[in-house]
Design a protein. Structure first.
Length: 702
């Protein structure tokens, strides 16, 4: 692709961002303004027009999904493979650096990466040892993550305990947690960034090597960076200062994960002579949708002003419906979805329902199931977090790194081996006494004269199994997984249905080595999975970031939910809630529907609800207000109840292609009614939607 071709379809501001290739640049990219297009096109421009080697460009983002999209676009523009290039997430690229350099920090290169489940299991075991209530583990994990995101290790915490406001018990847990990670030769997600920063701080010569490696740095979704990620970026960019960050302070919604919106504000101070470019043309939404988003976010203080505009026109007014309770709200949403679907313009997969808290999905799921309308919940259990997959990956982790005690404890009785709690406690005591991993403690016990034969008999078969598998660590990965399944009897114990998931895992393992595959599994999340079925998507507002849908419902537009009641008395938290609403609104391409309830059952009690205070910011000309009255239906005067069983049992189920003697071929959009009088809604290209009785219609199933 030529230099001119790379610029042809860009607007003026996008073109300016792509061609400014020397010195620091801050691209303030409003929602739907083509920021991914800019950052990937800029990568290609550096290579094609500026002759910068692709291997000299470091491009970082936050999710595997975003990284894969970035790689795909770069390959399309440059015509070259991105394999081996420095394009990926903060965590995966940090892991790549540490795989090469971590011995300088006292770890081995075969370190394992603990995901949230692994970290949680480790903290639980520490709490049990310290006799601290196990229910506290999630809060403790969150505090540890927050400290690491701020580059505060256990030593600094102990030295400044009063300053950080943590009690002595928590400090002990943090110290032990970090010690156990080191003993297991393991890092958690936050360590990946923190260790990279420590590496470069402690070893300037290594940092100098990476200055030679990277002449240009680009960061997507910059508003989501925390202190440690921004510090890493600054260290890497400190030599050449050719750093381009793309983000939007109005879309910073991950404060609870440590994201610092101030990073986007202080970038200009940290990098003098920064060029700032505003991307304000929106290619996604209609103007009414943008006006609603803009009017609410405009009330936030200390934001960088931007006014989104579009060439798509005003579009439909936004609908705002108030229902009597959450069940009526769900029925309204389900009926609205049904009408859109029957009109044939939108498929189910074009529609999303967003909400503030997971509890809101209950009523929505109940009504959608009752109506036989397909749905999927985004952000559920990902493939790599299913039990059987976690078990197999844990076996692989132990094969790669036998000192990984957390993974070893997961598989020690999967399948069951009669290594009971008492036996495990004895091994753990030996492990603590010797300050060694569980595996090394078991190896010692088998050689020791001070332990009983009974104990040795209980663990010897398991240790021999591990040693056998470790000896095969260089076997091609798919074959290694098959071997461990055979030697452990895991698939037989698992059962046929779940065994299919392990078969799928083996196919994913083709062409990958053990270390890189373990990293992929550890760094993967539910948000990275594609949802391709024709189903309505249900998801939280936080999970909606980076997505877009032709039709978006935002449910629970009420004070106490949006904004959340925890935020209403704190100006910073309220500003975050405005940004969350802004993100939700700007997911919509064609239609936006806001819904709320007068009464809602929250946390076991029925509460009177008031409309969201954000409603007062929305211009009256941008939306239409409706009040939902029970037992009304714009399609039929009587409420139509569709049973999922009937839909599935009917020979003319939704999606079936049928032939009518007069109107030709059509597609069934819905079916309902009693068994002896089933009616169908069919979309015929020649005449549109027709409602027909199967008794008289003479339909032929194709």
């Amino acid at each position: 692709m030529t230099k001119q071709m790379l610029l042809n379809d860009l607007n003026h501001q996008q073109k300016e961002a792509v061609t400014h290739t020397s010195g620091p640049i801050l691209v303030l990219a409003g929602a739907g303004s083509g920021k991914t297009k800019v950052i990937t096109r800029r990568f290609a421009y550096l290579n094609v027009a500026q002759k910068v080697a692709p291997s000299s460009i470091l491009a970082m983002t936050f999710t595997n999904k975003a990284a894969e999209e970035m790689k795909e676009r770069i390959e399309n523009f440059t015509g070259k493979s991105t394999k081996g290039l420095w394009v990926g997430t903060f965590h995966s690229l940090s892991a790549r650096i540490l795989r090469k350099e971590i011995e300088n920090l006292g770890y081995r290169r075969d370190f394992c990466i603990y995901d949230d489940d692994d970290s949680g299991n480790l903290v639980r075991s520490i709490l049990k040892e310290f006799k601290i209530h196990e229910a506290l583990y999630k809060g403790i994990l969150s505090k540890i993550s927050s400290l690491k995101a701020s580059l505060i290790g256990p030593e600094e915490l102990l030295a400044n305990e009063d300053s950080y406001g943590f009690d002595e018990k928590f400090a002990r847990v943090y110290v032990r947690y970090q010690d156990e990670l080191k003993k297991n030769n393991a890092l958690d997600f936050d360590d990946l960034i923190m260790c990279c920063v420590s590496l470069f701080d402690q070893h300037p010569a290594i940092l100098k090597n990476y200055h030679k490696e990277f002449s240009h740095i680009m960061i997507d979704e910059f508003q989501d960076t925390n202190t440690s990620q921004y510090r890493l970026a600054k260290l890497l960019a400190s030599k050449h200062k050719n750093i381009c960050v793309v983000g939007d302070d109005d879309q910073s919604i991950y404060k609870f994960r440590g994201a610092e919106v101030k990073n986007i504000h202080t970038f200009k101070k940290d990098f003098s002579k920064t060029k700032v470019i505003h991307l304000e043309q929106n290619y996604r939404s209609t103007q009414n949708i943008l006006n609603i988003a803009g009017s609410v976010i405009a009330s936030n203080p200390a934001r960088m002003p931007k006014k989104l505009w579009t060439e798509r026109g005003d579009g439909d007014k936004v609908a705002y419906c108030i229902a009597s309770n959450e069940m009526e709200e769900a029925r309204y949403i389900a009926r609205f979805i049904k009408e859109l679907y029957l009109k044939g313009k939108y498929s189910y997969k074009d529609i999303a329902v967003l909400y503030r808290i997971n509890q809101q999905s209950r009523a929505l799921e109940e009504i959608l199931r009752e109506n036989g309308q397909p749905y999927s919940i985004l952000g559920g259990i990902s493939f790599y977090h299913r039990k059987e997959i976690k078990d197999i990956v844990s076996y692989l982790k132990v094969i790669a790194n036998p000192d990984d005690t957390v993974s070893l404890k997961r598989i020690i009785n999967a399948p069951p081996r009669q290594i009971g709690a008492a036996t495990l406690t004895r091994v753990e005591n030996e492990s603590r006494k010797r300050e060694e991993s569980l595996y090394r403690a078991m190896k010692y016990i088998l050689k020791s004269n001070t332990h009983t034969n009974s104990l040795k008999e209980k663990i010897s078969e398991f240790v021999n199994l591990l040693d056998d598998l470790i000896a095969h660590r260089d076997t091609p990965l798919p074959e290694l997984i098959r071997l461990l399944c055979k030697k452990t009897g895991y698939l037989k114990w698992l059962g046929e249905e779940k065994a299919d998931n392990v078969t799928e895992l083996i196919s994913f393992a083709e062409g990958k080595d053990l270390s890189s595959f373990i990293d992929i599994a550890s760094l993967y999340s539910g948000m990275d999975e594609a949802h391709m079925d024709d189903a309505v998507t249900l998801l939280t507002l936080h999970s909606a970031k980076g997505l877009e849908f032709p039709v978006v419902f935002i449910a629970g537009f009420e004070d106490g939910l949006l904004p959340h009641f925890h935020a209403v008395k704190d100006p910073e938290e309220l500003a975050e809630e405005r940004r969350l609403f802004y993100v939700g609104v700007t997911r919509a391409q064609d239609m936006l529907i806001l819904t709320g309830a007068k009464k809602r059952r929250l946390y076991t009690s029925l509460q009177e609800q008031q409309p969201s205070r954000f409603l007062a910011d929305i211009p009256a000309e941008c939306y239409c207000r409706y009040e939902k009255r029970p037992k009304t239906d714009s399609i039929n005067a009587q409420t139509v109840k569709v049973s999922a069983a009937l839909l599935n049992a009917s020979p003319f189920a939704t999606g079936s292609r049928v032939k009518h003697p007069k109107w030709g071929i059509g597609v069934v959009r819905d079916s309902y009614g009693e068994t002896d009088d089933v009616k169908v809604m069919v979309n015929f290209p020649s005449v549109g939607i027709k409602r027909l009785s199967l008794k008289f219609a003479n339909l032929e199933k194709i």
